[in-house]
Design a protein around this ligand. Structure first.
Ligand SMILES: Nc1ncnc2c1ncn2[C@@H]1O[C@H](COP(=O)(O)OP(=O)(O)OP(=O)(O)O)[C@@H](O)[C@H]1O
Ligand SMILES: [Mg+2]
Length: 261
């Protein structure tokens, strides 16, 4: 396919990708081919991310970025390949099992808060799948203690929240399950600049202080690569370039194609 991305060349191999992580790899994707129905979107895709590391996927519309998150969480058809956590295969577990037993949370957005429920009730919804509801209460309380913006509005309906506060609620609702991996699709979308900054500060805190592993898709390539330890540039279902976030920010091809430089 001849297009402006062709110059990016051939996909880096698994060994190149592994070098971007430490020895202690938390989530591994090996040779994944996956898609929707019979249509294959991801082709022999590999990914490696360590515990408490962050990885940002960038690339043009339709490249398959969201499909990677969907595949990790269990929303796609997997034709071949493997997904592992700490060496344990989880490829074909259901989303519910992934959330409950494997600590993978997929952060829904696009106004996924329940507007007429209170902030606290919204948080508790994050734990609906748990057997022990008292644990959900404890975690919701911990989240409320942590985020003053939510605490101040705990008994108010979520519809009164600002755009940034809603995004915070969407992220923190996932925290009620105490996940080790956060899958975050375009956290900055639709937010004013000051809230975009806030969202990245929240993610940074979750990575650094709570040791969450974060896999993020970001249309705002500059913000995403500034935030993340590692970046993958996805083109037509394959990784065309991968590197440390800072290196990609300075890569002239990435600059020209994705950073408006
Ligand atoms: N639920 C679905 N059923 C069928 N095809 C889908 C579905 N979701 C996405 N696709 C197709 O898969 C391809 C990759 O889509 P995907 O959403 O992963 O791209 P993306 O890189 O996240 O793009 P964007 O930047 O626009 O969000 C597209 O061709 C899209 O039309
Ligand atoms: Mg997408």
């Amino acid at each position: 396919m001849a297009n402006q991305y062709e110059v990016l060349g051939k996909a880096p191999g698994a060994e190149d990708l592994k070098k971007l992580s430490s020895e202690n790899i938390h989530l591994t994707i090996k040779g994944l081919s996956a898609g929707y129905g019979k249509m294959e979107i991801l082709h022999n895709f590999d990914l490696f991310v360590s515990k408490a590391q962050s990885l940002c996927l960038i690339g043009p519309n339709g490249a398959g970025k969201s499909t990677i998150l969907h595949s990790i969480y269990g929303f796609t058809n997997i034709f071949s390949g493997k997904i592992e956590i700490d060496g344990k295969e989880i490829t074909n577990l259901s989303p519910a099992e992934k959330l409950k037993s494997e600590g993978i949370a997929y952060i829904l957005q696009d106004n996924s808060v329940f507007p007429d429920m209170t902030v606290e009730e919204n948080l508790l919804m994050g734990g609906y799948i748990k057997d022990k509801t008292e644990e959900s209460f404890e975690e919701a309380e911990r989240v409320l203690q942590k985020y003053e913006r939510l605490r101040n509005r705990r008994n108010q309906p979520a519809k009164v929240l600002s755009g940034g506060e809603r995004r915070l609620l969407e992220i923190s609702r996932a925290l009620v399950m105490k996940p080790s991996i956060l899958l975050v699709d375009e956290p900055s979308i639709g937010l004013e600049p000051r809230y975009i900054q806030m969202v990245f500060e929240i993610l940074d805190d979750l990575q650094k202080n709570e040791k969450k592993t974060i896999i993020l898709v970001e249309q705002n390539a500059k913000k995403g690569l500034e935030f993340a330890d590692i970046g993958y540039v996805l083109v037509s279902g394959e990784t065309a370039i991968a590197g440390k976030g800072d290196d990609l920010l300075n890569n002239p091809d990435v600059g020209r194609l994705f950073l408006g430089g």
